[in-house]
Design a protein around this ligand. Structure first.
Ligand code: DC
Length: 226
């Protein structure tokens, strides 16, 4: 069974998808991390994200891996552990532009589909229910008040990366979220969009447990024969 969870930034997608997968014994796949690993690799090789031909060229040599040890997930690009750095400011501010390139999406979508073969998984991203898995058994689209989402992202960043934090303001975070959501929603290929048959959940005033309960209620209500 495939469960897809899509939505804009800081709707709680990752926490919800991870916890849901753990509760029901499914594999959790964070597709945003794949785009982030690629963005890291591109920047590391001195390629400009706006130089699409060079970005496309780099796809042939791009190698990434996920390792899970003692329940902790780490991402590797070639042999470098990039788990922390892909969440930093440099990758975050460049990943949207890179993920809008058609060839980039083709490569990562193929990897995601290959990976889904024969497994029960929760796939989290932007185009999971619309493009990557249009036939998914359960499709969830999360949305939320932009200011609440920005505050969530700001507090999370402050707590996790105090050394990168310096003088980042809430206003800058709101601005960055709006820019990235706008970019992700308006790109030509696979924009962030709710699938017509997705269940929409507004996460603004709900706890993670409330949201997971809603998803499970829906999952258990559908006929499933695999
Ligand atoms: O979920 P995230 O913030 O880690 O995602 C990072 C970027 O990757 C985001 O700006 C949009 C892009 N992305 C995408 O285009 N398609 C996906 N399935 C997942 C993420």
């Amino acid at each position: 069974m495939i469960i897809t969870i899509d939505g804009p930034i800081a709707t709680g997608k990752s926490s919800i998808a991870k916890q849901l997968a753990q509760e029901i014994g499914f594999i959790y796949v964070d597709t945003g991390a794949m785009y982030r690993c690629l963005a890291y690799s591109i920047l590391k090789h001195g390629i400009s994200p706006s130089d699409a031909p060079s970005v496309i060229n780099h796809l042939d040599t791009f190698k990434f891996d996920i390792k899970i040890r003692q329940g902790k997930r780490s991402y590797f690009v070639s042999d470098t552990n990039v788990t922390d750095i892909i969440r930093g400011e440099e990758v975050t501010s460049n990943v949207s532009e890179i993920s809008a390139i058609k060839e980039v999406r083709e490569k990562l979508v193929n990897l995601q589909r290959d990976f889904s073969n024969g497994i029960n998984a929760v796939f989290e991203g932007r185009d999971m229910g619309t493009v990557v898995f249009p036939g998914a058994d359960v499709k969830i689209f999360l949305k939320g008040d932009p200011i609440v989402r920005a505050k969530r992202r700001y507090n999370e960043f402050k707590q996790k990366y105090p050394e990168d934090f310096h003088d980042l303001t809430l206003e800058q975070t709101i601005d960055e979220i709006n820019k990235r959501d706008h970019h992700d929603s308006n790109r030509k290929i696979s924009p962030l969009k709710q699938a017509e048959d997705a269940i929409v959940i507004d996460t603004t005033d709900l706890t993670i447990e409330d949201i997971i309960a809603k998803i499970l209620e829906y999952k258990d209500s559908i006929p499933y024969s695999a």
